[in-house]
Design a protein around this ligand. Structure first.
Ligand SMILES: Nc1ncnc2c1ncn2[C@@H]1O[C@H](COP(=O)(O)OP(=O)(O)OP(=O)(O)O)[C@@H](O)[C@H]1O
Ligand SMILES: [Mg+2]
Length: 458
């Protein structure tokens, strides 16, 4: 298309019938983030994937966390005949195949494309003072969470372990070294003498305790945990957002290869942390730069006091991403299970079939500032009877603010893939990845980043 419009479906008339009138949104609409709600099978993932297909065709690179394995099928073309029968011109499928490349990354598994993380990412040299503190804080906090979840660090040590690691990272950073490359290096520094390190960590944590902490950190570098931190496929957002032979990448991060909820949490937390730091380096932009999608978002941004690894960083990204051109999209069955602070940043909400009283109540509150009190009350009454893949689409920036839509048929298959399926389909790309190790493993290119306006915090 190239007209900056995303075609999401067809309008539905007052009688509830699907019309031929296309429902399109401007690509800029999602700068103030989008939330998709509906109970199981209501079509949330289908609508999300429709948005991702369209965004990528408009040249916006995508990073999508795939908890269930059904986002990965964005790489499988649909059936042109079926598309035609659903009112989608098959030429659009061709356009998608010509313009978009889908890469499926499998953390801690060699089946799909390799992706690994470095929990020790330090701020850029030119970063603003507040951002430096925020990034160091984020890195230290994430690492401590990882240590508690997978390396058996006692909860009662959280505070002091954070303080010691934060101080250490700060000292390393101030010592003009942008990166500690290895976790084992960090472990060594924790127990080295204060002259070598440049800071006395004794006030934060006694030597014997630092020894224990160092052992816990080293335990992340052996066994299955090390698969997450290995050098190959070190996550690099410059690479992930760069077109390949003119094709825009959709990067799917296949979470099913991570064995526990804990691993998923800290993996996402570290990816987000690195995304945040990359985002600040990019500077402000008026144009959308990337789309970030989290399906089944509730466990990662839970309501209440629980704060799993990704929660704080998600909230931080939702607050700031707009200025940096990063559009966030989340989908969940139960808005009530997500921290309400997230929704203060969301300007566009698509609501599908929901009948739980509690979810409807919460949704009404989320919709009020967007659609108005009366309208949101009206929307809520319609939700229990919504058809599959029909949504009430509300945005403060649209005219009219509220529309009833039927999602257009997906260009790609909508099926759930296993690790084996991914292996089969990613074989070729995987071989290429092995042949050409990336030059920018998140370092070279990272450092040069322009810093235009990275200072402000909203
Ligand atoms: N290619 C397609 N395009 C549009 N709709 C489709 C397509 N394929 C399937 N559907 C419809 O969408 C339904 C499934 O929707 P979807 O997987 O998006 O549900 P969901 O709300 O994400 O559910 P869950 O909470 O279980 O993940 C299918 O049952 C089917 O009716
Ligand atoms: Mg789904």
């Amino acid at each position: 298309m190239g007209d900056n419009k995303l075609w999401l479906g067809f309008n539905i008339d007052k009688e509830g019938n699907r019309t031929d009138e296309k429902f399109e949104i401007s690509i800029d609409l999602l700068r103030r983030h989008g939330g998709i709600f509906g109970s199981t099978g209501s079509g949330k993932t289908v609508l999300s994937k429709c948005i991702l297909e369209e965004a990528a065709m408009e040249g916006i690179p995508v990073i999508a966390f795939d908890p269930q394995g059904d986002i990965a099928s964005l790489m499988l073309p649909g059936d042109p005949k079926e598309l035609a029968s659903k009112g989608v011109p098959p030429e659009r499928l061709k356009e998608y195949m010509d313009k978009v490349i889908v890469r499926v990354y499998t953390p801690a598994s060699s089946k799909g494309l390799a992706i690994s993380i470095n929990p020790l990412k330090l701020p850029d040299r030119n970063a603003d003072q507040d951002d430096i503190i925020r990034l160091l804080d984020n890195s230290a906090r994430t690492l401590v969470k990882v240590l508690m979840k997978v390396a058996g660090l006692s909860r009662s040590w959280e505070g002091k372990a954070f303080a010691a690691i934060y101080e250490l990272l700060r000292t390393i950073w101030e010592g003009e070294k942008t990166e500690v490359d290895e976790l084992s290096e960090l472990a060594d520094l924790l127990i080295a003498d204060s002259e070598t390190v440049g800071v006395d960590l004794e006030p934060f944590m006694k030597f014997s305790e630092r020894q224990t902490l160092a052992t816990r950190i080293r335990s992340l570098t052996v066994g299955s945990s090390q698969l997450l931190f290995k050098e190959e496929g070190n996550i690099d957002f410059d690479f992930l957002t760069k077109p390949v032979n003119g094709k825009t990448p959709i990067n799917v991060i296949f979470l099913k290869t991570l064995r526990s909820e804990e691993e998923k949490h800290f993996f996402i937390a570290i990816v987000l942390n690195q995304l945040y730091s990359w985002m600040l380096r990019q500077g402000y932009t008026e144009k959308p730069r990337m789309m970030l999608f989290q399906d089944e978002a509730a466990p990662f941004i839970p309501a209440g006091m629980r704060a799993p690894g990704p929660k704080e960083t998600y909230l931080l990204i939702f607050r700031q991403a707009r200025k940096y051109g990063i559009e966030c999209l989340i989908a969940t069955q139960s808005p009530k299970d997500i921290d309400y602070k997230a929704f203060e940043q969301f300007n566009t909400i698509a609501s599908g079939r929901i009948s739980s009283e509690q979810s409807l109540k919460v949704l009404e509150r989320i919709l009020e500032p967007i659609a108005g009190e009366k309208k949101s009350e009206e929307i809520i009454t319609q939700l229990p009877a919504q058809h599959t893949a029909s949504f009430i689409f509300s945005s403060a920036d649209l005219k009219p603010k509220v529309s009833s839509i039927g999602v257009r048929w997906l260009l790609t298959k909508h099926i759930t893939l296993t690790e084996k399926d991914v292996q089969m389909h990613m074989k070729k790309l995987r071989a290429e990845q092995e042949k050409t190790p990336r030059q920018t493993d998140g370092r070279g290119a990272d450092r040069s980043g322009d810093q235009e306006g990275a200072a402000d915090v909203s």
